[in-house]
Design a protein around this ligand. Structure first.
Ligand SMILES: [Zn+2]
Length: 465
């Protein structure tokens, strides 16, 4: 690849330079044209003229199945939103998950995302292998995938929020999670699939599940993920039930450390942020979802200032709709500045949390997250010379501040083309989108047939359908 403006995230930006890729790795990058290569047979040359090259974006929090339940419970806060949607999710099966995950991951790739995690925590009984269904979808789209095997063990009869039909027994959770790791986890440098262990949230599962899950993950050498400090309701709940704030509870459970990343971390005090920084505990900032559910604005600028690891997450599509990574980068910058002033987050910091910050959350800082020789060739090439974008002086500003994403000229995962000229090249794009729509209709039909919920019960207010 030659003639691109390169923003490698680590190191100086290069106004006109080249990136050389051999196999799935970046082997050289620098200013000017690429040094002549000894063997040119089979070499693909990509012209980056008029384009910005960045690392592929890394999404560190999602619930892909929610692609099938978008646009519902539009005005609810988190707890009411969960109570409204659990009965819908209780009807999902492997076909719904495969369709939803394919559409969600395809949409992410079109927004520059080369690596995505997923947090799947709803496993209704007898609905097929839901984890395998989303893994298959990720293989088809071609992105690196870090599914977190989620879980819930406190149903309504035990004082929890979800219906009993979507919670599992502790022993069954641990067995299924261990089996998922053994069947799918690939720890290699070039890995396109790693499993994490992810009880839904400390306030919605038992303390035993949290501690047993941590023991299992550490025994298997995989990472830990959960939701934390998303809303003030959660904080009040933790104080009332446990006498501790969420971070204090996490600490008591042995859940702070460099192998843990949490979603949200909106309501952290100064001491909490310092604990995150000192222990290396990461967080996935999800600004669109936090905005839609009115949860609050995470203290991202302060977390970065104090040395905490922060990545970005689009969160589930049901709380953010049509979730895009480039959009999340802009949203993060705007929310920080709206709340904390214009110096809160720069365009480069927004790009960094969307790439290297995400790589740190997933424990893959050595492999992805920046453009450096030796790292995997996960590259997004954005066209910034379109007639309208050509008026913007700085290509990184055109990418991060622009309300409309610049065209994606290329998206490479390990050097392989996933997107070219804004179109998926691994799968039929329109068909993938339609399959996501079919997953939505199937889920609503199954939920209606089983008497669990209908669109009317969780849909928009009357008159707004
Ligand atoms: Zn979430």
């Amino acid at each position: 690849m030659e003639n691109a403006y390169i923003a490698p995230v680590t190191g100086e930006e290069i106004p006109r330079g080249y990136i050389r890729i051999d196999g799935d790795r970046i082997t050289a990058l620098g200013p000017g044209p690429a040094p002549a290569m000894s063997a040119t047979q089979g070499v693909e040359w990509i012209d980056g003229s008029g384009c910005l090259a960045t690392p592929g974006l890394v999404n560190t929090h999602h619930h892909l199945y929610q692609w099938a339940s978008q646009g519902l419970a539009q005005d609810a806060a988190l707890f009411d939103w969960l109570v409204a949607l659990y009965p819908v999710w209780a009807a999902m099966d492997a076909e719904v998950v495969h369709g939803a995950a394919g559409a969600g991951l395809g949409f992410l790739a079109l927004s520059g995302c080369t690596t995505s995690s997923d947090h799947h925590y709803v496993f209704p009984k007898g609905r097929g292998d839901l984890l395998a269904a989303e893994i298959e979808a990720a293989r088809e789209v071609g992105v690196r995938f870090h599914p977190a095997r989620g879980s819930m063990d406190r149903g309504r009869s035990a004082g929890g929020l979800p219906p009993d039909s979507v919670v599992e027994r502790l022993d069954d959770i641990l067995t299924a999670t261990a089996e998922a790791i053994d069947a799918h986890h690939d720890p290699s440098f070039s890995s396109k699939l790693r499993i994490a262990v992810a009880p839904c949230s400390p306030f919605s599962v038992s303390a035993d599940l949290m501690t047993e899950a941590a023991a299992l993950a550490r025994d298997k050498g995989v990472r830990l993920h959960t939701h934390l400090a998303e809303t003030l309701d959660e904080e009040e709940h933790c104080l009332a039930q446990l006498g501790l704030r969420p971070v204090g509870y996490l600490e008591r459970l042995g859940w702070l450390g460099p192998d843990v990343w949490v979603a949200h971390a909106v309501h952290l005090g100064d001491a909490d942020i310092d604990v995150f920084a000192q222990t290396g505990t990461g967080s996935a900032h999800c600004p669109s979802s936090n905005g839609r559910l009115g949860a609050g604005v995470a203290r991202v600028a302060e977390m970065l200032r104090r040395g905490a690891v922060v990545g970005l997450g689009v969160d589930g599509s049901a709380s953010a709709e049509l979730t895009s990574m480039s959009g999340e980068m802009r949203q993060a910058l705007l929310l920080q500045r709206a709340r904390y002033g214009p110096a809160a987050l720069t365009t480069r910091q927004a790009l960094e949390i969307a790439t290297l910050g995400g790589a740190r959350n997933l424990g893959r800082e050595a492999e992805i997250g920046s453009l450096e020789p030796g790292k995997l060739a996960d590259v997004a090439l954005w066209r910034t010379d379109t007639p309208f974008a050509s008026a913007v002086a700085d290509p990184v500003a055109a990418l991060v501040l622009g309300a409309r994403q610049p065209p994606l000229a290329r998206l490479l995962v390990g050097g392989e083309t996933i997107v070219a000229d804004d179109e998926l090249r691994t799968v039929a794009q329109d068909e993938l989108g339609r399959t996501g729509g079919a997953a939505h209709r199937r889920l609503m039909r199954l939920a209606g047939e089983q008497g669990l919920a209908t669109a009317g019960e969780v849909g928009p207010p009357p008159g707004q359908m």
